[in-house]
Design a protein around this ligand. Structure first.
Ligand SMILES: NC(=O)c1ccc[n+]([C@@H]2O[C@H](COP(=O)([O-])OP(=O)(O)OC[C@H]3O[C@@H](n4cnc5c(N)ncnc54)[C@H](OP(=O)(O)O)[C@@H]3O)[C@@H](O)[C@H]2O)c1
Length: 310
């Protein structure tokens, strides 16, 4: 990409898309387009075709999607399947038919790897075992998107790459305690508990370990890969380190400066004990990739989304 390349970010209002836009601007890219779903509904094949016919973007970051936590996935599994499948298929067909010079980067997610994995999870685990029941619709659709990037490349020479980001958090996140993701929910619960001076209850034992990728580090990697990666193989974008839920809580207590009374509801399941991504492949392509620790990203997030002054 050069500073005048025509670059489109689909999903530019969301957590990842807004970060990619911020980073692109910071790095001097000027010719950016980020249509909202109201202007361009990616579920509408005709609108998508028209967009590629008229705009002919050179680079597309496809980070739009129907995204949510366990509750959202369990209550709307068909919507997650349908919408995430149709968006990427409409785009790949439109690129093939009307804008074959476009290079596209598609974000899937590490949560679509099989339920059980040797740790850390390598890219080669994709489609090698039974899926987590709770997000099957999402996982199948995202898996379809990855395969689409590979097959349109194979048959039509479309320059398409796919990445697997891990759990993210950061400015402009969705803080929906019912439908949201684990890390933003934890942050929001702590901020609320401090405000109201209340206790907090969590499921399980607090022992499961999870990664936390600050969204700007993911955006950096996506932009770098758009510029430097040209293969069909998937690339994990993780951190290489993780925290137990208890460790996340200790960091939140310290940074937010609130020692909450924590209750553990051990009648509820812990879920998978460990989910860490192997980032060897990414580090080979981008040796300087150095995702920040949760303390640092948390402070940035609190400043951006909660008016935190420290
Ligand atoms: N958040 C995470 O922790 C995480 C982890 C791994 C992977 N990912 C992946 O990263 C990508 C972005 O996630 P996110 O957390 O940034 O999502 P998000 O904050 O929920 O944003 C979703 C974006 O998708 C757009 N969108 C939804 N339906 C659309 C439609 N029909 N037409 C056009 N645009 C539509 C929305 O646009 P409008 O606002 O204009 O409707 C919004 O910009 C997703 O592919 C997700 O699978 C996220």
């Amino acid at each position: 990409m050069n500073s005048n390349s025509k670059i489109t970010v689909f999903g530019g209002s969301g957590l990842v898309g807004s970060s990619i836009l911020r980073e692109l601007k910071k790095q001097g890219y000027q010719n950016l387009d980020a249509p909202r779903s109201k202007e361009l509904n990616l579920l509408d094949k005709n609108q998508v075709e028209e967009y590629f016919k008229t705009k002919q973007p050179e680079f597309v970051f496809m980070v739009a999607g129907l995204v949510g936590g366990i509750y959202g996935n369990m209550t709307h599994p068909a919507d997650f399947l349908y919408q995430n499948s149709m968006m990427i298929l409409n785009i790949m067909e439109a690129i093939k038919n009307f804008s074959p010079q476009t290079k596209i980067l598609f974000t899937a997610s590490t949560c679509i790897y099989p339920k059980e994995n040797p740790q850390p999870i390598k890219e080669t685990r994709f489609m090698t075992g039974p899926l987590e029941e709770t997000n099957k619709g999402y996982a199948v659709a995202k898996g379809l998107g990855i395969v689409a990037t590979q097959l349109y490349r194979q048959q039509y020479n479309i320059q398409s790459i796919a990445v697997m980001p891990t759990n993210m958090y950061g400015p402009n996140d969705t803080y929906d305690l019912k439908n949201g993701h684990m890390i933003p929910s934890l942050i929001k619960k702590f901020v609320e508990a401090k405000k109201n001076n209340t206790s907090l209850t969590f499921w399980g034992t607090g022992k499961p370990r999870r990664e936390a990728l600050y969204v700007d580090d993911c955006a950096d990697a996506c932009i770098y890969l758009m510029n430097n990666y040209e293969e069909k193989e998937l690339i994990n974008i993780g951190t290489g380190f993780d925290y137990s839920i208890k460790e996340f809580i200790a960091i939140l207590e310290e940074v937010i400066d609130y020692k909450a009374q924590i209750n553990w509801d051990t009648s509820k399941p812990d879920g998978t004990l460990e989910k860490r991504t192997d980032i060897t492949r990414l580090k080979k392509i981008m040796p300087n990739f150095a995702p920040r620790f949760f303390q640092a990203g948390l402070k940035e997030t609190l400043k951006a989304d909660f008016g935190w002054k420290n």
